[in-house]
Write a protein that binds this ligand. Structure first.
Ligand code: PLP
Length: 376
C-alpha cells in the first residue's frame, strides 16, 4: 500500500549558522547566473501550467519548472556541476582531473562539464545503478567505477580515489572540512530560481503559496530555500521538502534533531533521491527554511509520471523521470493519502492555491521508465 509520513517544522527565523566561507559563497547569488548566461548552451527552461490536472486536484494553478532540457543533459544537476568545475579551474590552474560519486545525474553533469573543459573525470556509482544510467555517464567521457555499496559508500570510495590519484573531488554533499566545493555546487543551482523569479515576478504573479522540493543529499533543495528565504526575503511561501519513504535521510535527521542516516531499506525507484546521509550544509538550511518534511512511497512517483507522460486532454506533455516527478507526486500524496490529509490543511492548500513544483529530470532511466508506464 502507498505510504507517506510528515513532520511539521515550526520555523522561527532564517539565519543558517554555516561559517564565513560557506556563507560568502552561498550569498553570492548573482555570479552563478552571470556564468550560466555566458555559456553557448544557455537557454532558460520553461515554467509550464497543467490546468486540467490542477482542476482535477482542486488547485487553482500547478506550475512546473521543467528542467528536462537543461543544456541537453536531461537534469538540473548540470547547473551546480558546471559552475563548480568553472570555479575549480579558476581556483587551481593545475587541476588534473575530477572525481565524484553519484546516483546518476550529478555524475553525468560532472562528466559533461569536464569534457567541455578538457578534463578527465572518474565517477563512482552505487552498486545497484542501472545499466542505462552508467551508459549515459560514460557517453560524456567519464570512467565509471561501480561501488561495493550504496551512495554513502560510493562517496567514500570517490574521496579515497581522488586523494590517491591527486585529482579533485567535486562532491555535491558536505561533511566536516569539506564544504567549499559543495557550497559552490549549491550556488550554481540559483540560476534556476533566478529564472523562476523572472517568470513569476518574484513569486508574486501568480502569487505562489506552496513550493515542493525533492531531496537527495539536500544540496539542490537547499539552494531553492536559501534563494527564497534570503535573496527574495520571502518568509511567507510554504516550502515542503520531499523524500522517498524508503530513503528518508533528511526526515530522519529532523526527527533526531541532528544529522542522521536513513534506517530504511534504500529501495526506491527515485534513484536521484536515494542517499543515505544528508549534506550537513544543506541540513542546516533546510531545518531553518522548510515548513514540512514529507516522505512518499514509489506509487505516488509512478502516478505523477503517468499524469505527466500521458496528460489529461489539453494539458502539456512533460517527460519526467522518477525523481523528477517527486514534487508533483508529493502533492498527489497530500491530496489522496488519508494518513497525511491534515498536512493539506496545515499548509493552507485550498482551491485558490498556486503551487510550484519542479520536474528536475527528463527520462534518465528509459528501461525502468517504460516498464513503469506499461504496468497497469
Ligand atoms: C533529478 C533529481 N532531482 C533532485 C535531486 C536532489 O538533489 P540533492 O541530492 O542535491 O538533494 C537529485 C539529486 O541527484 C536529482 O537527480
Amino acid at each position: 500500500m502507498a505510504a507517506a509520513g510528515y513532520l511539521l517544522n515550526n520555523r522561527t527565523y532564517y539565519n543558517p549558522d554555516l561559517g564565513e566561507e560557506v556563507i560568502e559563497i552561498l550569498n553570492d547569488f548573482e555570479k552563478p547566473y552571470r556564468f550560466h548566461k555566458s555559456l553557448d548552451e544557455y537557454c532558460p527552461t520553461p515554467l509550464i501550467e497543467i490546468p486540467h490536472l490542477s482542476e482535477l486536484l482542486g488547485i487553482n494553478k500547478i506550475l512546473i519548472k521543467d528542467e528536462g532540457q537543461r543544456f541537453g543533459t536531461s537534469a538540473l544537476k548540470i547547473l551546480g556541476a558546471s559552475y563548480a568545475v568553472y570555479q575549480e579551474i579558476n581556483h587551481s590552474k593545475s587541476i588534473k582531473g575530477i572525481c565524484t560519486a553519484t546516483d546518476g545525474n550529478h555524475g553525468r553533469a560532472v562528466a559533461w562539464a569536464c569534457k567541455k573543459n578538457g578534463l578527465e573525470s572518474v565517477v563512482f556509482v552505487p552498486y545497484q545503478t542501472s545499466v542505462s544510467r552508467i551508459r549515459f555517464i560514460e557517453e560524456e567521457g567519464a570512467k565509471v567505477i561501480v561501488s561495493k555499496g550504496h551512495y554513502d559508500q560510493a562517496v567514500k570510495e570517490a574521496a579515497a580515489y581522488a586523494e590517491e590519484n591527486n585529482i579533485t573531488l567535486l562532491q555535491d554533499t558536505s561533511w566536516t572540512n569539506y564544504h567549499r566545493i559543495p557550497s559552490t555546487i549549491t550556488s550554481g543551482y540559483y540560476t534556476e530560481m533566478h529564472e523562476v523569479s523572472e517568470q513569476t515576478n518574484k513569486l508574486m504573479k501568480p502569487a505562489i503559496d506552496v513550493v515542493f522540493i525533492q531531496a537527495g543529499v539536500g544540496s539542490w533543495p537547499s539552494a531553492i530555500v536559501h534563494f527564497i528565504r534570503k535573496y527574495l526575503n520571502n518568509q511567507k511561501v510554504k516550502i515542503v521538502c520531499v523524500e522517498p519513504y524508503e530513503s528518508d535521510a533528511i526526515y530522519e535527521s529532523v526527527k533526531r534533531a541532528s544529522l542522521a542516516t536513513t534506517r530504511k531499506s534504500q529501495k526506491t525507484i527515485m534513484a536521484g533521491l536515494n542517499c543515505g546521509t544528508p549534506s550537513y550544509i544543506a541540513f542546516e538550511i533546510l531545518k531553518q527554511g522548510v515548513d514540512a518534511f514529507l516522505t512518499i512511497s514509489d506509487e505516488y512517483a509512478i502516478d505523477a509520471i503517468k499524469y505527466l507522460n500521458a496528460p489529461l486532454p489539453g494539458d502539456p506533455y512533460v517527460a519526467a523521470g522518477e525523481s523528477g516527478s517527486a514534487g508533483l507526486a508529493a502533492l498527489l500524496a497530500i491530496i489522496r493519502n488519508k494518513n497525511i490529509g491534515m498536512l493539506k490543511k496545515q499548509l493552507g492548500i485550498t482551491k485558490e492555491s498556486n503551487i510550484l513544483v519542479f520536474n528536475t529530470e527528463n527520462v534518465t532511466d528509459p528501461d525502468l521508465h517504460y516498464q513503469l508506464l506499461s504496468d497497469k
